[in-house]
Design a protein around this ligand. Sequence first.
Ligand code: NCD
Length: 316
Amino acid sequence: MKHLLSINDLSEVEAVAILDTATELARVSDAPMKKLPTLRGRTIVNLFAEDSTRTRISFEAAAKRLSADVINFSAKGSSVSKGESLKDTAQTLQAMGADAVIIRHQASGAAHRLATSQWMSGTVINAGDGTHEHPSQALLDAYTLRKHLMHGQKNLQGIHVAIVGDILHSRVARSNVLLLSKLGAKVSVVAPPTLLPVGVHSWPATVSYDLDDVIPNIDAIMMLRVQSERMNELYFPNAREYSRYFGLNTDRVKRMKKESIIMHPGPMNRGLEITADVADSARSVIVEQVSNGVSVRMAILYTLLTGEGIESGALA
Ligand code: NCD
């Protein structure tokens, strides 16, 4: 495997191997000296044409903990904001000797375009392309679910996860539906009909328009941000109405299973898709998702750039 563009690039075995590698690498993150020499001398470029906090710093931390040289390249402040094309940007990165490019772009398919072009020869990792996919987020979510709910089991067989909200604009939802179902979980997507994409009924997930119906049966709930910046028309009457039917609040949490967990990829609209008290509650693993993201992204870089994973217990 050279690139990570979509969850479809991974078999179940490969996905589990990345999660296992991440589990081993988490030990490095817990140690006082947070570094491994694995990628010393390699150059990794963070090419972010769209805003990001968590994903960008997480990939940067991951690359640095593996001793790679990291170049951060964001649209603002670079020639991308002067209209430079993806092709010219890619050729510049090639000239600088980039071994891997982590790309976030507003166009669905941008990562794929880069990987299949002759413009550059390095590894391409999709860090979010338009409304299409965000595979590293799905892997860190699967890692978080496995850690909390699976008691040593390697895949996610037997659990039920609901993904709730703006499914239409969410690359996180698309990648998660593909990955969690591949790992054996039952997935429900819950949203108003206006926020579901055409073709959702062919996804490996059940579709529901009623959050209260789903709430008592799930082991984890993944709340999605309402992506107003991608909305050019009215998808729901108003914010109050949205929260009432599709927001996660204390009353709904009380009806969830005792051991269930609450997730959100961030950034959150507190008070819209999730109330502040629920986001900060003991059942919420939202902050932990961010730290798990670093270990999982280390595992992705490690696997793609060395061509192998780390077996369980190898770093103990
Ligand atoms: C998500 C993204 O950018 O796709 N955030 C993230 O990567 N943590 C989700 C979002 O923007 O709502």
